[in-house]
Design a protein. Structure first.
Length: 52
């Protein structure tokens, strides 16, 4: 995550505006934001690979 208004897509590293992104996933109590459906799908398949 970065600041309160933006986040970093954990799959590709792209900056994502939280307010305009509908692509999210919850993992271990944290909300993650994604730039595309493909990145979200990759994350959901194996979240531990993208979160330290």
């Amino acid at each position: 995550m970065t600041d309160e208004g933006s986040a970093v897509d954990p799959v590709c590293g792209m900056s994502v505006e939280k307010s305009s992104s509908s692509l999210t996933a919850e993992y271990r109590g944290e909300t993650y934001y994604f730039c595309s459906p493909g990145c979200r799908t990759s994350f959901l398949a194996n979240p531990a690979a993208y979160v330290s």
